[in-house]
Ligand binder design. Structure first.
Ligand code: GLN
Length: 313
């Protein structure tokens, strides 16, 4: 069955996931677990989970799909949705919408571009987004709002921040501190650096399972039956940014190989969207050279091939 989207039954989709899970369990080369956040360094690289949520909320899954992991940069999708809701197009005065072609934590372009980060999904851009939604709210209230948004989207109250992970990054996140101070020096932060980073590190430390993440991603499917917590026009824009910027300097490769909007995190999670069909979450903590889940990226490619799902026809 090469190419072409297929209308697959839940049973068929479940069988595809089971096959992918089995193939992944045999892999020996699983990438390297992120160690620059010490609390993440001990996560077992043998883990693999995948879940697919249909618009109506039905979830199919395989492997460790019910095990919680640190969503890290996948949180940037939810923060962006909140920021666009609150600021609308004014957000784009402070952050761009172009792929960076650079690693997630790069500081290079910031100097040339006067402290305006390329896009909301690299660290620098996400720090500006967090600052934008922090204004007028104590950090605790903002984190509560981000959690409420995610819990609402997932229809699951049992989603929390892992304080140990947040603390671990607060103690070691020198590169992010450098980014934030650089942005502040260019006048593009409205709140104190420590406060913005505290909120940003806590937002990254949200823990979810693949099942919860796939369910939370349903608002991006834009199909009848899926939750409509963000307008259709905005969903399209968030998906466009996920496609062009969601995997940093591997965004082009992910678009080429998978053909679906996706957002990765250094915890090894990826959230992808098959518009009109499903939200898909995968987790495998070992990363490839670009800082994206190695097996997770491959699993998304397998799923796209076997379902024929693609935003490109
Ligand atoms: N909290 C991580 C950081 O800022 C998130 C990066 C990521 O997931 N790519 O370094």
């Amino acid at each position: 069955m090469p190419g072409g989207p297929r209308d697959l039954s839940a049973d068929q989709l479940g069988a595809i996931l089971t096959e992918i899970g089995e193939e992944m369990s045999e892999r020996e080369d699983r990438g390297r677990v992120a160690s620059y956040i010490p609390e993440l360094a001990g996560v077992d690289p043998a883990r693999f989970g995948m879940a697919l949520a249909l618009p109506d909320g039905q979830v199919l899954s395989t492997g460790d799909a019910a095990v919680g992991f640190s969503i890290q940069s996948v949180s940037k999708v939810f923060a962006l949705a909140i920021a666009l809701g609150r600021l609308g197009d004014q957000l784009w005065d402070r952050v761009g919408r172009e792929p960076s072609g650079n690693p997630f934590n790069s500081i290079l372009q910031l100097e040339h571009e006067n402290g305006i980060p390329r896009n909301p999904f690299i660290n620098a851009g996400a720090i500006v987004v967090t600052d934008a939604i922090l204004t007028g709210h104590p950090p605790k209230a903002l984190l509560g709002e981000i959690l409420d948004f995610i819990r609402d989207a997932a229809g699951d109250e049992n989603i929390h921040i892992n304080e140990a992970v947040a603390r671990s990054e607060t103690e070691t996140g020198h590169l992010n501190m450098a980014l934030a101070h650089f942005i502040a020096a260019h006048g593009n932060l409205r709140n104190p650096v420590e406060m913005v980073l505290g909120a940003y590190f806590h937002q990254c430390a949200i823990e979810m399972s693949c099942v919860q993440l796939a369910r939370a991603g349903r608002f991006l499917i834009a199909a009848p039956g899926a939750p409509r917590i963000v307008s259709l026009a905005r969903v399209r824009r968030i998906n466009a940014l996920m496609l062009t910027c969601g995997h940093y300097d591997a965004s082009g490769d992910f678009a080429y190989r998978v053909g679906l909007p996706g957002k990765s995190g250094v915890g090894g999670g990826i959230l992808a969207v098959a518009p009109g069909r499903a939200a898909i979450a995968v987790w495998s903590p070992g990363l490839n050279a670009r800082g994206n889940s190695a097996l997770g990226s491959e699993a998304m490619e397998m799923l796209a091939k076997r379902t024929g799902w693609s935003v490109f026809g």
